[in-house]
Design a protein around this ligand. Sequence first.
Ligand SMILES: Cc1cc2nc3c(=O)[nH]c(=O)nc-3n(C[C@H](O)[C@H](O)[C@H](O)COP(=O)(O)OP(=O)(O)OC[C@H]3O[C@@H](n4cnc5c(N)ncnc54)[C@H](O)[C@@H]3O)c2cc1C
Length: 377
Amino acid sequence: MRHPGTAADTIVIGGGMVGASIALGLVLRGHRVTVLDEGDRALRAARANFALLWVQSKGAGAPAYFNWSRMAAAAWPDFARQLEAMTGIVLHLSQRGGLTLALSGAEMDHLATRSARIACDQGSDFPHEMLDHSQTRALLPAIGPDVVGALFSPLDGHLNALALFHALHRAFGRSGGHYVPASPVRTITPTKTGTFILDTPHGYRECERVVLAAGLDNTRLAPMVGLHAPITPQRGQIMVTQRLPPFLDYPTNALRQTDNGSVLIGNSQDTVMTRQPVDLEIDAVMADRAIRSFPCLQAASVVRSWSCFRVKSPDGMPVYDHSTLWPGAFVASCHSGVTLAPNHTGLVCDAIHTGIIPPIMQAFSASRFTLTAASRS
Ligand SMILES: Cc1cc2nc3c(=O)[nH]c(=O)nc-3n(C[C@H](O)[C@H](O)[C@H](O)COP(=O)(O)OP(=O)(O)OC[C@H]3O[C@@H](n4cnc5c(N)ncnc54)[C@H](O)[C@@H]3O)c2cc1C
């Protein structure tokens, strides 16, 4: 059955953080866009993230990724203003900088080495500082005696990611975009006339352009249109405390206080692929570290905990590609969909619109994996 719904020239598969950002950018460029989204039972990284705008840990040995993240961070203030004006939703963006705390000399050495590598790649153009305990305390007075020091970068920040997600969807709808929930795409079939037929439980849909932004499912969908989206899912777990009086003026990579006072704790990374919501041993390790970092958390109650899978390529960098076999198909897979949202609404949509990948995005083709494999054999 051919679906009688709206005539979209472009279909975005997936309405997570990446799909919603791209769909908005395309509708603002005049495309007729429909988003087909699987639904609440899908694994959605967009609903589970930590909401950092984070540059300081990106791209040691991969300067293209650092530049891409830094470009997004620079675009955030304007992007947030525009989105807030379009939707009336406050994003609670704060971009005063962020810290990674070290609880041992070895951790401090690791941070210093990684930062030196990024600075070297950037010709020293990486604003950051290694802070000792008292310098860290000047920024975060609540730290405990176990904190040896920290890496600080003024490039970083955080926001309310659920508000961002809501705003992207509202702006898309208000700009004429069409969102269809509960519509998992089973297959994509390219046709001889250059269109694509998408099979969903509600019937078939045809479009001239298809954007794959289905998170983990991109790996399955990409080969149907001559693309490649290698993803290694990585589980991350987060705990949320009761609301507390403000005590954290800056986010850290593992702990941040939200606009409503609750504290998000968590930067766990494991590759166990179960749908078990939380692993209490991981929560215990994260809680211990959080209390050593900020002893005032000893008395706080944890009110919620969850886990979700990060959408990570083997080298951690994004994958953006046009299909050369089936022009009109494009894939976008990445971690850090919050940080990179301005790029996804901006340059990535320019690339989809014009069919040309700009130089700053060229390092993110999935061909880097096939070329590496070929050079090894
Ligand atoms: C624990 C954790 C912490 C994180 N912290 C941060 C952070 O601090 N800062 C940051 O920038 N990023 C962070 N992220 C990453 C960020 O959330 C992701 O980059 C982003 O959500 C990935 O977005 P996505 O749209 O690609 O995938 P998802 O959010 O997973 O969305 C994919 C969408 O596609 C839909 N879908 C799947 N298959 C199909 C199909 N066949 N047909 C139709 N629809 C389909 C799903 O329903 C879903 O809505 C974190 C992620 C995790 C897991």
